[in-house]
Design a protein around this ligand. Sequence first.
Ligand SMILES: [Zn+2]
Length: 164
Amino acid sequence: MPKNPPPPVIHSARVLSYAFVDDIPYRKHGRLFVGDKLLEAVPRLAIVVNLGKDIGPLLDHCDEEWNVLGTSGADSVAAVMALAELNYPGVASRWVDVNISVEDALRFYDEKTGSATCDFCGKRPFDFGECVWGPSAIICRSCIEAYYQGFQEADSEKPDLADK
Ligand SMILES: [Zn+2]
């Protein structure tokens, strides 16, 4: 498997640093469960931050093609690195910094998603989560809920025609 660097954006998170760890003997420290499956040694690690809601730096545990197998997190990049070091001793000297700006990461994300945004509020998929695709438009869940609520309120203000 060739050692390709990761894309600038994994899922909907911007990559800060990455490391190849397939030749580092894995040390069991802490336990990362994905569903009810224990995730241990992986060949690739990436430190990422969400493009959407910022929940701090995350450590993506990836396969050779940078598919995410599991994610853990810590308060700071240094803490994430320290965490990785416990399982992959020596990784500290291997981190490769990725200098991609938020703007470039968003551009990459938009290319990947075909610039899919909600046609009603303009949010990107990482901000809206669920959505409905029509033949020529996309509407996100929060817009559907807002419009639905609007119709409900409008209906309740009308006189009840059935009684007349
Ligand atoms: Zn929307």
